[in-house]
Design a binder for this molecule. Structure first.
Ligand code: ADP
Length: 377
């Protein structure tokens, strides 16, 4: 423990040194405030014994400066009998305690040890507070991890449930055929259904794979300039036959030809997932409009896929981005589906800092509008 005694009286300075050194204290002295402040600036001290009445810079004046510079330093004021009021004022100014002259070495040691104990306790309390804060932080992290683990296990359970259904149908069909329960004239239909289920199973597995790859980020493929209008046209023509088969018309409204930096596969997926849904969920005679324009003011590209299909109930809109979610209306119009198309779209948009909004009226149609920042990765 290092002690600094600041007192203009040589007797007090020497007396303190003599009394404290044998108790293991390293005592330094200063005969006035400025010298004391200088010494405090040179090395660190644990206790300052400060005379309240000194010529030149008074003890109180030095105390004020010390409090600002070294808030944790223990300051004990030494006062004369007649200056108790001064001691009280010093306590108000931030002194930790005081001893009145003349004092015995025993009294001085008692006051110093009391203050040292007090300081140790204060530090202990501070440490406990920091530990409590750390524990609170760790508890929050633990809760977050538990939540993630619950989401993951729910995802696994749903996935098993979703995959089990087509596998069960496949096994059932194979067993019926094996046991000869299927009359020859029904065999083509049974095989057709089996094939459909196998296709569904593969589509779900492919989508799960795709989604998990997208969750890993943009991938190692370097970003390249992608002309969005060309991608839109290629996707439209690849779906043309299917749309014709369903007697659904596809219109395009391309205002300009924005070019974005990225992976062309991602932008192809974006258009094709939205267009595929629009075709699936639009009854015969319906109309789908694909539009693309640049909002230069906001430096955004806006793509929209609108249809005159079955629409989505307002309460269901937030749910359709959940993995494997399919509405009853969707299931009734299209038996098979992965429920992963929109989560894939959302994942692609989040990779590029984009957003998606939906306007829909059940029975009238839906409009999926996405935006992408113009200068991405
Ligand atoms: P899937 O199409 O395989 O069911 P998606 O994730 O692509 O999976 O879509 C989730 C759900 O969102 C669909 O089941 C359907 O309820 C709803 N949905 C998506 N697109 C449309 C649309 N164009 N019109 C009506 N409902 C839609």
């Amino acid at each position: 423990m290092r002690i600094l005694v600041v007192d203009d009286e040589l007797g007090i300075r020497e007396g303190c040194k003599r009394a404290l050194t044998p108790h293991g204290f390293d005592v330094e002295v200063a005969e006035n405030g400025p010298t004391g402040l200088h010494k405090l600036g040179e090395k660190s001290f644990d206790i300052l014994l400060l005379d309240a009445m000194m010529p030149g810079m008074s003890g109180l004046e030095m105390l004020r400066q010390v409090r600002q510079l070294y808030p944790d330093l223990i300051c004990i004021i030494i006062t004369g009998y007649a200056t108790v009021e001064l001691a009280v004022q010093a306590m108000r100014e931030g002194a930790n305690d005081f001893v009145a002259k003349p004092f015995t070495p025993g009294l001085l040691l008692e006051v110093m040890n009391r203050e040292l104990d007090h300081q140790r306790l204060k530090r202990e309390v501070q440490r406990v507070k920091i530990l409590e804060e750390e524990i609170r932080g760790l508890t929050r992290v633990k809760a977050e991890m538990e939540k993630l683990a619950a989401i993951e296990s729910r995802f696994m359970l749903t996935m098993v449930h979703v995959l089990r259904a087509p596998v069960a149908v496949l096994q059932n069909s194979v067993q019926l055929i094996k046991k000869g329960y299927v009359p020859p004239e029904e065999l083509p239909q049974v095989l057709e259904r089996t094939d459909l289920r196998a296709g569904e199973l593969l589509a779900i597995l492919d989508d799960i794979l795709l989604l998990s790859r997208l969750k890993e980020g943009l991938g190692s493929k370097p970003a390249e300039p992608v002309p969005l209008a060309e991608v839109l046209e290629a996707v439209r023509s690849s779906f043309q036959e299917e749309a014709l088969g369903r007697q659904v018309t596809i219109l395009t409204e391309v205002a300009d030809c924005p070019v974005l930096l990225g992976n062309p596969d991602h932008f192809r997926l974006l258009w094709s997932q939205l267009l595929s849904n629009a075709i699936q969920y639009t009854p015969q005679g319906g109309r789908i409009t694909l539009s693309l324009k640049t909002n230069s003011h906001e430096r955004q590209v806006q793509g929209t896929v609108s249809d005159t299909g079955i629409g989505i109930a307002t309460g269901e809109i937030p749910r359709i981005f959940e993995v494997f979610y399919r509405s009853d209306a969707a299931k009734s119009i299209k038996e098979t589906g992965t429920g992963l198309g929109l989560p894939i779209i959302q994942q692609i948009l989040s990779l590029y800092g984009g957003t998606i909004e939906i306007d829909s009226t059940p029975g009238e149609g839906s409009s999926f509008r996405f935006t992408l920042p113009q200068f991405t990765p």
